[in-house]
Structures are given as C-alpha cells and as structure tokens.
Design a protein around this ligand. Sequence first.
Ligand code: DC
Length: 216
Amino acid sequence: MMKPIIAIDGPAAAGKGTLARRLATTLGLPYLDTGLLYRAVARRVLDAGGDPADAATAEGAARSLRPVDLDRSDLRGPQADAAAASVASIPGVRTALLAFQRDFATSEGAVLDGRDIGTVIFPDAQAKLFVTASLTERARRRWLELQAKGTDADLGTVEEDMRLRDAKDAARAAAPLRAADDAYLLDTSEMDAEAAFQAAMAFVCSRIRIVSMRDL
Ligand code: DC
C-alpha cells in the first residue's frame, strides 16, 4: 500500500501551515514544515557569524543540519525571514535538504508544506495543493499574528517585506515558487480557516484512499 504524500505549496502567510497541520492530524500523517529547514540553516550561518548569501557557508550548514535544529525558538522574525530567503536561493542548499525531506516521508507518508514540494521534492505526490491569497490579505494576517504576539509592527512595512520576499522566492533560478501543473489552486483570500480546510479535505479525499483518519 503506497503511503500518501500530500504537498502543500504557496507564498508566505497564505494559510498553508494551519491547513497542512490540520490535514496531517486528521489523516494521521506526520507533518513537516519545510520552511523550518531553510530557517534553521540560516540560523546556523548567523550564529557562526557567517553571511547567509555565501554559498559555501550555507551549503556547509545545510549538510550538517540535525533534526534538533528545527526545534529552536528563534527561527522566526525579520532577521531569520531575510536570511532564510537568502539561503533558500542557493542551489547547493536545496540539494543538501532534498534527502532530509524525502526521508521524512518514506515510512509513513506525510503532509509537507513549502514552496517546491509538488514541483521538485515530490513531483509524484498523490495530492498537491497550491494555497494562496491576495498580498493585502496575507499581510493583514501576518500583521494580526504579530499583534497577537505583542509585536508592534507597521502594516505597510509588513506588506512591503512580504512583497519583496515573495518576489525573491518566485524569481530565483533554483526551484522558484510556482504551482505544479496538477495542483489544486486554493485561494483563501475570502475564506476562513474552516472553509479552507473543508475545501482542501474534499480535494485530498478525492485523490487518496484514506487508511487512517483521526478526529473526523
Ligand atoms: O515558509 P517559510 O516562510 O517558513 O519559508 C522560509 C523561507 O524558505 C522562504 O524564503 C521560502 C523558503 N522556502 C523554500 O524556498 N522552499 C521551501 N520548501 C520552504 C521554504
């Protein structure tokens, strides 16, 4: 019996993480937030006083990445965001992280979210979703998250940072952000998390034979 692999790609703050985590719990599958891999590589480079744009340094950090690095509490924030986008544009870093992602899903299948899961990491995934929302709406969501954490950010600055990071993710030569040809496009601009989950679940169920379902 083939283990199901569910690929969830899309730009920042489109609702991928919330959706992917809930799909994984519901389907009884392991979940991997692949953005954390790039963030953890960036953090290792920064900790060593290195430059995240330097290919040799970033590749070295990617090759020596350990699972425990993903548990750090300092992987988010403006500095980590920018450094992660830099290391993610280096082809050698992406190659070094490929095996980690494939190994993760080998034994039980998995739900993975990222930018290139359906296009590069698992082109044969049983179900691929490309989750998106308008820039204005994604910036508003990120700003609300920051407010909830007690971080006083300017909405215009959050939107501009997001626009630049999206442009960098989409324009890079190595595995740019794009929807796989066979991905289901889910625009969550006008949806709450529940509506997005129901739409995603209906699609996923049409693609995989459900073998284990929790919390349904
Ligand atoms: O999803 P995120 O914001 O945590 O991702 C951090 C950075 O890593 C972001 O610049 C996009 C990049 N990334 C990537 O290139 N490929 C992935 N599969 C996941 C994230």
